[in-house]
Design a protein around this ligand. Structure first.
Ligand code: SOE
Length: 379
């Protein structure tokens, strides 16, 4: 069987989720290629060595440039901070490698466009790790929409709430806290959390045409881990926007890292003329589903436990009723990527899909500044 030699960049939270997926996917899915954890790149030698040993990478390097040009690597997986995505993806594409990239694709649509052009010009299979599309319950909502069970869509509602940056003592920048440093992250919750909400929304409900937004930075200065100085905070701590979809439906989106008590509350709801569906990441294996076509006397919200073999992805796992979790979404995406790549194809969300999300987040940030409705560019 042909090997798929993987070169991973980054050993943080996402480096772990992806490595776990590379190891699990061939055990649970029938893959056309055998994934091989060939090498990992990260700057801190002691830590990258330990990471390589822990996850079973054959080798490690301390500069990603040494990875992208290696002949024994087929796919470059970018799991490093946002400010590195652009250069690594373009170099990898130029070297003819397939590319998988963490979200958001670029720090802004300009970066994402250059990355998209690069992979498309090189003709290399690509994907962006918007993993929540592959929660079985979310994939099932997509199936129900595609089967026209919801009918014409009127409303879309999504939020992503966290509370881990409320402390004024929390510094910005450096490992683990680069999400608070605008130079590295590109934006705050708009690119980090709303981007997830937007990717799923575009997938489920089609293009967003215009937005009107507000953002706020609650803590204006934080000590920078790398400089040791107190510096202005450039990220948005909270972001909310109204949107119009090309299909005529209306939407509300909200994300924050200041919602005390909420750790990763991603919820979405979609209301159609026949049916509505609701999903909550904290209860990720269930969908709440209301179908107006049910007989009136017993009509009501159904609580569907998405764990059965005829529900998306579940036949690959345990037995009906036994649920799976967060890490499986990455395994699903990687398994789907290998299938697509073996057929010479990219896997949605492709870089072009990632660009579409960056166009929306750019428009959100622009609208928050202009206080006007802003048109979303097409990818
Ligand atoms: C932020 O806290 C974060 O880790 C995001 O960066 C991830 O994309 C999201 O899935 C969970 O929250």
């Amino acid at each position: 069987m042909k090997q798929l030699n993987i070169g991973l960049v980054g050993y943080g939270f996402m480096g772990r989720t992806h490595s776990n997926a590379f190891l699990q996917a061939p055990r649970f899915f029938d893959l056309p290629w055998r994934p091989v954890l060939k090498a990992v790149a990260a700057r801190n030698e002691e830590r990258v060595k330990k990471f390589a040993e822990n996850w079973g990478y054959e080798s490690y390097v301390t500069d990603w440039r040494d990875l992208v040009n290696r002949k024994d690597i087929d796919v470059i997986d970018i799991a490093s901070p946002n400010d590195t995505h652009h250069d690594i993806a373009i170099a990898a594409a130029k070297a003819g490698k397939m590319v998988m990239c963490e979200k958001p694709l670029g720090r802004n649509a300009k970066e994402a466009l250059a990355m998209t052009d690069a992979v498309e010009k090189a003709g290399v299979p690509n994907t962006v790790w918007y993993n929540y599309r592959r929660v079985p319950a979310v994939t099932m909502i997509k199936q129900l929409i595609d089967e026209k069970k919801l009918g014409r869509i009127f409303h879309y509602r999504a939020k992503f709430l966290q509370d881990w940056t409320i402390s004024t003592d929390l510094p910005q920048g450096g490992e683990g806290l680069w999400r608070l440093d605008v130079a590295v992250a590109g934006s705050g919750v708009t690119g980090d959390l709303l981007a997830h909400n937007i990717d799923t929304a575009l997938w489920l409900n089609g293009p967003i045409t215009e937005v009107t937004a507000m953002t706020e930075t609650f803590i204006k200065e934080r000590k920078h881990t790398l400089t040791g100085k107190v510096e202005p905070v450039g990220i948005d701590d909270a972001s909310a926007f109204l949107a119009k979809f090309a299909n005529g439906s209306l939407a509300m989106f909200e994300a924050t890292r200041y919602a005390r008590g909420h750790k990763a509350l991603y919820t979405l709801e979609i209301n159609g003329e026949h049916a509505s569906a609701f999903w909550d990441l904290h209860d990720l294996h269930r969908i709440q589903y209301f179908d107006h076509k049910d007989e009136g006397r017993v009509r009501g919200w159904r609580n569907v436990h998405v764990t059965d073999g005829d529900q998306p992805y579940m036949k690959h796992w345990w037995v009906p009723g036994l649920q799976i979790g967060y890490e499986h979404t990455f395994t699903h995406q990687f398994a789907d990527f290998v299938q697509a790549a073996a057929n010479g194809k990219s896997l949605p969300p492709t870089f072009r899909d990632g660009l579409a999300t960056d166009h929306v987040t750019d428009a959100v940030l622009k609208s928050a500044k202009s206080r006007q409705w802003e048109t979303v560019a097409t990818a």
